[in-house]
Design a protein around this ligand. Sequence first.
Ligand SMILES: [Zn+2]
Length: 293
Amino acid sequence: MPELPEVETVRRGLAPAMEGARFTKVELNRPDLRRPLPKGFVERLEGKTVTGLGRRAKYLLADLSSGEVLMMHLGMSGSFRVAEGAHEQRPGAYHHERSAARAHDHVVFHMSSGARITFNDPRRFGLMLLVERRALADHPLMRQVGPEPLGNAFDAAMLAKACANKKTSLKAALSDQKVVAGLGNIYVCEALHRARLSPRRSAATLATRSGKPTPRAEKLVAAIKDVLHDAIRAGGSSLRDHRRTDGELGDFQHNFRVYDREGLACPTPGCRGTVKRIVQSGRSTFFCPTCQK
Ligand SMILES: [Zn+2]
């Protein structure tokens, strides 16, 4: 499933085609994705201008001139293609399968910029909703979403407070969207390795008894920000036919230190450990038991 860096890469790829442009025509090839598309979806988009394309957690948020926001989520296998004349781009690079089969082209936006933007989603876990801008923060999908990890408000004190009374592991806490938004399996594993913290460590150890952040919380916040910045700079992570807007493959997967590297040598300088895979909450965790404590 795409995580924050992959969704941000998609946002940056779509923004030039969408921002300041009007929906001239919207085609729907089916009535639903993960949920039914909103009532009057076509009419509520056509003729409206996209005043800005933002992102919150793993949601793309297109602000419309009508005062509504088009919320879009890629789900497991959603992707966009942007065609301008004969030139086609596929913004975003994900660590998952994607398809070019036209049978899975579910929604097509024709923009006044001249771009045709196609949403393709073979597994249909994706989502498109229309929400009033002023009701967005209270929307059931947004209400519980935790802080943006790249935002200034996200710091050691905030993370320590969120984890202080948790009975879960660090892996589970960081994967919890209420604690911090947008992280999934890949970047949680990578951030914990960079911070040299074990995924099995109790999340509560990020805080002192009085709830203040420990040095571990400081290290972990820095590692989270670093790994996300590095991944966004690389255009996200990809395994297969995943291309950025400029046609290059997102290549952060070559920088994975532990994710998907079971049995390989730990890349921490001076560490002679081997990357191990364990299962936590049904998901694979990759880490180095030698240098992650
Ligand atoms: Zn190591």
